[in-house]
Design a protein around this ligand. Structure first.
Ligand code: UPG
Length: 132
């Protein structure tokens, strides 16, 4: 975001030698509205069973740093130059949620993809350049 709107000159990519298809770390990015919908579903099912349960809200899809950067460049129409830096201490190569339990229990699944996330994040930034 800060590279696309000119506040930073380049995206620092922390590591390009991970065992992933393009060498950059993969994460399971999710649209904030899908997370909100999952919480509404949780409230609808709060009385289903006594006690506590844990559910993962995720897409089940991994996206690399370079894939995310490319998607954001497309959504914003801006160039996002990057500089490869050493790996960041503590980062893992791949972290992808398994949303199977919440799908079986409540029928919840993420309905918005990476392009939706980037489009809406960029729209928020354009409409709120100084933050909200
Ligand atoms: O400018 C950046 C920022 C991030 N990354 C990389 O992008 C990946 C994702 O980074 P980040 O958005 O910081 O998420 P995580 O590393 O998955 O960590 C987040 O998710 C963890 C698990 O929920 C929490 O413990 C952390 O506090 C939270 O920052 C990592 O490989 C980073 O090295 C870059 O290459 N450049």
């Amino acid at each position: 975001m800060r590279v696309a709107d000119g506040r930073l000159p380049a995206l620092n990519v922390f590591g390009d030698d991970y065992p992933t298809p393009d060498g950059t770390a993969q994460r399971d990015y999710i649209h904030v509205v899908d997370v909100a919908d999952g919480h509404v579903d949780a409230l609808d099912h709060v009385d289903d069973e006594p006690g506590m349960q844990v559910f993962n809200l995720g897409t089940g899809v991994g996206t690399s740093v370079l894939e995310l950067s490319a998607a954001f460049a497309k959504a914003s129409g801006r160039d996002i130059p990057h500089l490869v830096q050493p790996r960041r201490a503590g980062d893992v190569a791949t972290l992808i949620a398994d949303p199977g339990k919440v799908a079986s229990a409540w029928g919840w699944h993420a309905t918005r993809g990476l392009d939706d996330m980037c489009r809406d994040a960029w729209r928020f930034q354009v409409e709120n350049p100084l933050g909200y």
